[in-house]
Design a protein around this ligand. Structure first.
Ligand code: ASP
Length: 340
């Protein structure tokens, strides 16, 4: 039996047209996609399409759009074998990471893709990305999904969503997964990297309907002023903070920095330490310049991408049944293959 795949359009370059007067790109009516890609009719996969209410440039994405996506996937979850989410590449790694946490016990392929050039342009990368993403979303072996996880397909490579970062603003190969192997590579055939792909969970799928926006991040830089910490630390309702540190989790050992972290601790803010480096782990205590964080109970974020760490924190802080202490310990644990 043919697989059934739902394409969900959210906007992004893949579905944009050029305004003939101003030359700027803006989202077009999704119905045009089938006119632009007649090849879709040749696929031996049953396709349906749905669009979010107001397609966006993904730089405008917010938690409301994430919840709209969750609602669409939940509504259709049982009728489809897989999903392809068309999304702008700018924030694709955030949305895909968020969904990887919000959909608990997911057993279906949810494949994000987009393009660097609009699908209507001559040298577009959008057609190949779309067609292969659909093939991956519908791919089964012995009746079971080959990629039962949230992933990003771009320019011949399939990546685990919560391991992926946008690395290039202009290359067709826009994404990389620096700390985890690719899940599949598309050439003449699609070669699945089975040992890197998640197994199918036994428990029933569960869709989270809430995510916290009471989070912030601070990227440490040389000469940084205490005022920055104070301003962010005094945000009303702040519950979680991502600290982007140097190397293996290092930062200045200045007394004020320690005092500010202590202050945040008193307020119960969950602080997660991730590295500014694209590869490698945070290892608090390896150097004196990270030992203070370990002593202060800052969570070492291992090798999580910024996108994964942020979305995981937003997800955990919104789980009502979880205490702050549990949220802290889950941040250091591998929940969806996002770290380690
Ligand atoms: N600005 C666009 C977006 O993220 C870029 C893209 O689609 O790749 O929506």
């Amino acid at each position: 039996m043919n697989s059934k795949v739902l394409i969900i359009y959210t906007g992004g370059t893949i579905g944009m047209v050029e305004d003939p007067i101003t030359g700027t790109l803006h989202p077009f009516d999704f119905d045009h996609l089938f006119n632009e890609v007649p090849e879709l009719q040749k696929l031996e996969i049953e396709l349906e399409v749905e669009s979010i209410k107001s397609p966006i440039d993904s730089s405008n994405v917010d938690s409301e759009v994430w919840m709209e996506l969750i609602a669409i996937i939940e509504k259709h979850y049982d009728q489809f074998d897989g999903f392809v989410v068309l999304h702008g590449s700018d924030t694709m790694a955030y949305t895909a990471s968020a969904l990887s946490f919000l959909i608990e016990n997911n057993s279906k392929p949810i494949i994000f893709t987009g393009s660097q050039l609009p699908i209507g342009t001559l040298r577009t990368d959008g057609k190949e990305n779309l067609i292969t993403a659909i093939e991956i979303a519908g791919a089964k072996r012995n009746g079971k999904a080959i990629v039962p996880e949230v992933a990003i397909y771009f320019e011949y490579d399939l990546y685990r969503a919560n391991r992926t970062t946008k690395m290039s603003a202009e290359n067709f190969q826009a994404f990389q997964s620096p700390n985890y192997p690719i899940l599949a590579e598309a050439g003449v055939h699609i070669r699945f990297n089975d040992h890197a792909i998640s197994g199918i969970p036994k428990e029933k799928v569960f869709f989270r309907k809430k995510i916290s926006s009471d989070v912030a991040s601070i990227k440490i830089f040389p000469g940084m002023k205490r005022d920055i910490f104070q301003a962010i630390g005094s945000i009303k309702g702040l519950e979680g903070l991502i600290l982007e540190t140097y190397g293996s989790g290092n930062a200045p050992t200045a007394d004020w920095m320690i005092a500010e972290v202590e202050e945040l601790n008193k307020k119960g803010v969950v602080i997660v330490n991730i590295t500014q480096c694209a590869t490698g782990h945070v290892n608090q205590g390896k150097y004196e310049t990270s030992a203070q964080f370990e002593k202060l109970g800052v969570i070492g974020g291992s090798n999580m991408t910024f996108e994964a760490a942020l979305c995981k924190l937003m997800y955990l802080l919104a789980c009502d049944e979880i205490s702050k202490e549990e949220a802290r310990s889950y941040m250091a644990e591998d929940l969806r293959g996002e770290l380690g």
